[in-house]
Design a binder for this molecule. Structure first.
Ligand code: IMP
Ligand code: MG
Length: 186
């Protein structure tokens, strides 16, 4: 097993649970967008694993775009600023857009990305999917259309989610031990 699992307080979702939820989500997406022009917009880097594992399950045609977005700056709390690192947004007229992100926390990331797509890309519609959604009160007037799992307000890592760039490659999702966060030299 990956040594980094020692840094987990507990595991919330094992690989097989994630996979079976992805089967269900892919089924919903495939029927919702059947016979529609779909563009998937994946928010990097957190949704790298989610995007690839979800997209191989889709039974419909789609176009894929990736957006590099930063909102955490290496700490465990959002500082409320979202930086979308893109020179020019694509023209998505005629397309239904599905934005994919790893986790919905304050909601500011998803809100900023959706606003930008609506203003700059001229899509037919914009919906969103996150694998995880924190149950705490969100800061925006938006919830994802598709959610994998609702979770408590914990700092989670694994399956794309990182702490200071680490743990993305864990196949499971778990709560990071508090001493790892409060004691950065360890
Ligand atoms: P929001 O803008 O507050 O909704 O935060 C969303 C972004 O923050 C996600 O795309 C993640 O990159 C990051 N994030 C939020 N919660 C966690 C967490 O528990 N672990 C790791 N990253 C997180
Ligand atoms: Mg992210």
């Amino acid at each position: 097993m990956n040594d980094a699992t020692n840094d987990l307080e507990r595991i919330l979702f094992h690989e097989d649970e994630i996979n079976s939820r992805l089967d269900e989500l892919a089924e919903c997406i495939s029927s919702q967008y059947d016979k529609r022009k779909l563009t998937v917009v994946s928010i990097m880097n957190g949704s790298l694993m989610l995007t690839s594992d979800l997209l191989v399950r889709l039974k419909i045609a789609f176009d894929l775009r990736c957006l590099n977005v930063e909102s955490y700056y290496g700490e465990t709390k959002s500082i409320g600023e979202v930086y979308i690192n893109v020179k020019r947004m694509p023209n998505l007229s005629g397309s239904h857009v599905l934005v994919i992100d790893d986790i919905f926390d304050t909601g500011r990331t998803l809100e900023s990305v959706i606003e930008k797509i609506n203003f700059e890309c001229n899509p037919v519609s914009v919906s969103s999917l996150t694998l995880l959604k924190k149950k705490k009160a969100r800061k925006v007037n938006l919830i994802p259309d598709f959610v994998g799992f609702e979770v408590d307000d914990l700092f989670l890592v694994g399956y794309g989610l990182d702490y200071k760039g680490r743990y993305r490659n864990l196949p499971m999702i778990g709560e990071l031990k508090r001493e790892i966060i409060t004691n950065p030299s360890s």
